[in-house]
Design a protein around this ligand. Structure first.
Ligand code: SF4
Ligand code: SF4
Length: 228
C-alpha cells in the first residue's frame, strides 16, 4: 500500500533542506524493453520506489565558462555534496519507518557516471531515466536531463527504497525535448565532437577531454549554450 504520509514527509524535508527537485518513479519502468542499462532491481531486489532529488546549479558557474572551469567544477561538487546530505537525511527517515534505503552516486561524482563501468563509462543505473519516469525532466541532445524548471543546469541523485511511495503515474513529457530538433547548439559547441546529430554521445571522447586534456576539470560547454 502506498505510504502517502511518508511521501509528504520526504517532500517537506527535502524542500526545507533546499532541494529544488524531488520526484518518485516506479522502478517497474526499468523493466521496459527500451531501457538497456543497469536496473534498480539489480541493486535492491525488493525496490518499490526511486526517489529522484536535484539542486539547481547557479547560473554564474555556467556563464563564466570556459575561463571559470575550476569554479564551475567546484560548484558542481558543492551541488553533489549538498545532495548527499539531503539524501542521507531522507534515507535515515525512511529507515526509521522500518523500510530500507540506499543512495545512488550522483551523475559525474567520483563514483558516478564515469566510474561505474570503466569500459562503457555508463552509470550504475540511469538517474536520468528515473527522473523522466518521475515526471521531472526529459532528455536533450547533449545527453543531459532537461528539467522542467532549470533545464540542464541541475545536479541529481536518487535513493532506492523498498518503501512504497506515491510514484508518478502519468508521464506527459516527450522522451526527447522537442526544442532540440531546431537547436543543436550543444552539438556544434562540443570541442571534441562527442555529440552527434543522431542523438548519440561518444562518452570516451568527452571523458578523455575532461580527465586528460583539462586535468579533471569539467567542460560544461554543452550546458552553457543550452537555451532551455
Ligand atoms: S543545446 Fe539545444 S539541442 Fe542541445 S540539449 Fe539544449 S536545446 Fe537541445
Ligand atoms: S561536456 Fe564538453 S566535451 Fe563533454 S559532451 Fe559536453 S561539450 Fe562535449
Amino acid at each position: 500500500m502506498k505510504d502517502f504520509t511518508l511521501t509528504r514527509k520526504l517532500e517537506d524535508t527535502a524542500s526545507e533542506m533546499d532541494a529544488d527537485i524531488i520526484g518518485f518513479a516506479d522502478p517497474e519502468c526499468f523493466l521496459n524493453s527500451g531501457y538497456k542499462g543497469n536496473r534498480p532491481q539489480d541493486i535492491m531486489p525488493d525496490v518499490r520506489s526511486v526517489i529522484v532529488l536535484g539542486v539547481e546549479i547557479p547560473r554564474g558557474a555556467f556563464e563564466t565558462l570556459p575561463e571559470g572551469r575550476a569554479e564551475y567544477t567546484n560548484t558542481l561538487m558543492a551541488g553533489t555534496a549538498t545532495l548527499r546530505i539531503i539524501a542521507f537525511k531522507l534515507a535515515k527517515m525512511i529507515e526509521k519507518e522500518d523500510h530500507r534505503a540506499t543512495i545512488l552516486p550522483s551523475e559525474g561524482s567520483e563514483f558516478g557516471y564515469w566510474y561505474a563501468n570503466r569500459e562503457t563509462l555508463k552509470a550504475n543505473m540511469s538517474i536520468k531515466y528515473a527522473a523522466y519516469h518521475a515526471g521531472i525532466s526529459n532528455f536533450g541532445m547533449n545527453h543531459l536531463m532537461i528539467s522542467k524548471d532549470f533545464g540542464p543546469r541541475v545536479r541529481m541523485t536518487a535513493i532506492l527504497t523498498n518503501a512504497e511511495l506515491e510514484n508518478e503515474e502519468e508521464i506527459s513529457l516527450p522522451f526527447i525535448n522537442e526544442k532540440c530538433r531546431t537547436c543543436q547548439k550543444c552539438i556544434k559547441i562540443c570541442p571534441v565532437g562527442a555529440l552527434s546529430e543522431d542523438g548519440t554521445i561518444d562518452r570516451h571522447k568527452c571523458a578523455d577531454y575532461m580527465f586528460n586534456e583539462l586535468g579533471g576539470l569539467r567542460c560544461g560547454m554543452c550546458v552553457k549554450v543550452c537555451p532551455l
